[in-house]
Design a protein around this ligand. Structure first.
Ligand SMILES: *Cc1c(COP(=O)(O)O)cnc(C)c1O
Length: 356
């Protein structure tokens, strides 16, 4: 039975990625051995790493002077790796959600942190605007998509200071101007692959400016110099991520994916607005995430939340329960989620409304 997978992460990947990964687990690149059991220094796997770097460069238009590395530890490891490498004295953080706030707290171990704005006052249901950033900070850290709260910064900000972005949950969902960023990182498991690998895009000239000693594995320069092969990289997630990127390329690139994402999110937000039983949690359409669409029961319908989740489950809709800090529902409409699944959800919402 077909499942409609709205999980927030790890999340749905294109069908072809599962197929190619299964094949590679059986027989990797015609070697006769499994991808899990071949040296990461074999020429077949080295080709995977090289092609992975090239495909990100191509699809995201990564300019000269930037490096792409693949590391383990999840996006959470970047919360301390970023300040370890970049924070000498003072950094600015925009606090737009649980992940942003966790990154901020980790950075406090390394220097002075200025929280330039926060939306914590309203349970992170909006993106702060009109804030200023001190000119003397080493960098400004933002979280472009707030996975839990359903808000997203959809433009490339520019405050005249180096910009560091956690793009874990909207990476490769739309074009970005990489030249506006000093560093971008993303755990793969929301949009570009299975858990286990994190992509980091780094402007090389920002490195080497802090006075502290940096342990080898935490030092970005190690992974740049060794082409993500200083130690054993997460071979299987990297392989699946490459297949995901090939799928994006085959569709026509991130511009095409963006159009699909706008359409999927658009029809779902329209239904949430129209349907008397539900209401969105993010009031300002400008701030609404195209990746994680959060909504709750409308006033007067609160007691029916479980009934709707049960109905969704009957229709093979998975992963719709909202994060405990927001409640209600969260439909994650990442790149690989087909629009058909969104339509099934909308139908369920309409049928549910008819009961009243
Ligand atoms: C999921 C997520 C993280 C944490 O990622 P891990 O890979 O589990 O460490 C960090 N930031 C954002 C925006 C996320 O969505």
């Amino acid at each position: 039975m077909k499942k409609h997978n709205f999980y927030a992460g790890p999340s749905i990947l294109p069908e072809i990625v599962y197929e190619k990964t299964k094949e590679a687990i059986d027989d990797f690149a015609g070697t006769g051995v499994s991808l899990m059991s071949i040296s990461h220094r074999s020429k077949q796997f080295e080709a995977v790493i090289t092609e992975s770097q090239e495909i990100f460069r191509e699809l995201l238009n990564i300019p000269e002077g930037y490096q792409v590395i693949f590391v383990g530890g999840g996006a959470s490891t970047q919360f301390f790796t970023v300040p370890f490498n970049l924070l000498e004295k003072k950094a600015a953080y925009l606090n737009t959600g649980t992940w942003a706030n966790t990154a901020l707290k980790e950075a406090k171990m390394f220097g002075e942190i200025v929280e330039v704005a926060s939306s914590a006052d309203k349970n992170y249901n909006y993106i702060p605007k009109g804030f200023s950033v001190p000119k003397d900070v080493d960098y400004l850290h933002i979280t472009t998509n707030n996975t839990i709260f359903g808000t997203e910064i959809k433009e490339d900000l520019d405050f005249g200071v180096p910009l560091v972005a956690d793009m874990s949950s909207d990476f490769c969902s739309r074009p970005v101007d990489v030249s506006k960023y000093a560093l971008i990182y993303a755990g793969a498991q929301k949009n570009v692959g299975p858990a286990g690998v994190t992509v980091v895009i780094i402007k090389e000239e920002i490195l080497g400016k802090v006075s502290r000693q940096i342990p080898t594995m935490v030092d970005y320069r190690t992974h740049i110099k060794k082409g993500s092969m200083h130690n054993t990289p997460p071979v299987l997630p990297i392989f699946s991520m490459l297949e995901t990127m090939k799928w994006i390329k085959g569709l026509g690139g991130v511009e095409v994916i963006q159009k699909m994402n706008i359409e999927k999110a658009g029809i779902l937000y329209d239904e949430i607005e129209r349907n008397k039983v539900f209401k969105p949690t993010v009031a300002n359409p400008e701030d609404r995430s195209l990746m994680n669409i959060t909504f709750v029961m409308n006033d007067g319908f609160e007691e029916h939340e479980k009934a709707f989740l049960d109905m969704a489950a009957e229709r093979n809709i998975l992963g719709l329960k909202g994060h405990r800090s927001v409640g209600g529902f969260r439909a994650s409409t990442y790149n690989a989620l087909p629009i058909e699944s969104v339509k099934v959800l909308i139908q369920a919402m309409q049928d549910f409304e008819k009961k009243f």
